[in-house]
Design a protein around this ligand. Structure first.
Ligand code: GRF
Length: 227
């Protein structure tokens, strides 16, 4: 069933653009009902403007506390008919009230292989630590930062001495593939959560989903065709 999606973004919005691109290609069965931004000047707002997608900037400074701000976001999301939420570079923790409003339907992307290197500088922290495999993670969101159940991860080699921007670019390129893929699994009702563990169920038509070959990276569970 078409995923009625709200995207929350604070930054550049390249993951938002990737989501819109996969919807346009037909691979992702979703509609971006609303883009919500907590920074009116964020570049992320350029994409919904250009694509004619509903968008709104809400400033936390206009609300007395986090609960009131998140309640305003819940109201805006519901008013636009969305019932699932994708965080795409959204740099604030969500309140219990927000998470309860969209229980089991809030996801995030993080530029590191969780549970290693949570926080604002995932890729930089991984490189500074000297890992030989860096990567990114799509996960369900809970009340702790970068903590909820893992849906899909992608690993890329972390080359010693590589400029950080190069590593970030390679991670970003995979973010743009695994995030729409995870959203498609959510749209298809194929994510089964048992405790912390998420399983991607087979397609309901029984057909094996054709996979996409890996390159100098590994994605698991594997990407399916169109991603
Ligand atoms: C990405 O690296 C994502 O993993 C993190 O924030 C960044 C957002 O990038 N949560 P963009 O705004 O989608 O380009």
């Amino acid at each position: 069933m078409t995923l009625q999606l709200a995207v929350l973004a604070s930054g550049n919005g390249s993951n938002l653009q990737a989501i819109l691109d996969r919807i346009a290609s037909g691979a992702l069965d979703a509609k971006v009902c609303l883009v919500l931004c907590n920074k009116p000047e964020a570049r992320a707002l350029d994409y919904p403007r250009a694509a004619g997608v509903a968008h709104v900037a809400l400033s936390p400074a206009d609300y007395p506390d986090r609960e009131a701000f998140d309640a305003a976001m819940v109201a805006a999301i519901r008013a636009h008919g969305a019932d699932a939420v994708a965080l795409a570079g959204y740099m604030r923790l969500l309140t219990p009230g927000f998470l309860a409003a969209f229980a089991g339907r809030v996801v995030n992307i993080h530029p590191a292989l969780l549970p290693s290197f949570p926080g604002l500088r995932g890729a930089a922290d991984a490189q500074a630590y000297g890992v030989t495999l860096a990567g990114c993670t799509v996960h369900f969101v809970d009340e702790q930062m970068d903590h909820g159940s893992v849906i899909v991860q992608a690993a890329v080699p972390g080359n010693a001495g590589e400029p950080l921007d190069d590593l970030k670019a390679r991670i970003h390129a995979l973010e743009h593939r695994i995030y729409p893929q995870a959203l498609q699994w959510l749209a298809e009702g194929r994510l089964c959560v048992e405790g912390r563990v998420v399983r991607v169920l087979p397609r309901s038509d029984g057909k094996a989903a054709p996979g996409v070959p890996d390159g100098p990276w590994l994605v698991w569970p594997p990407l399916e065709q169109g991603f």
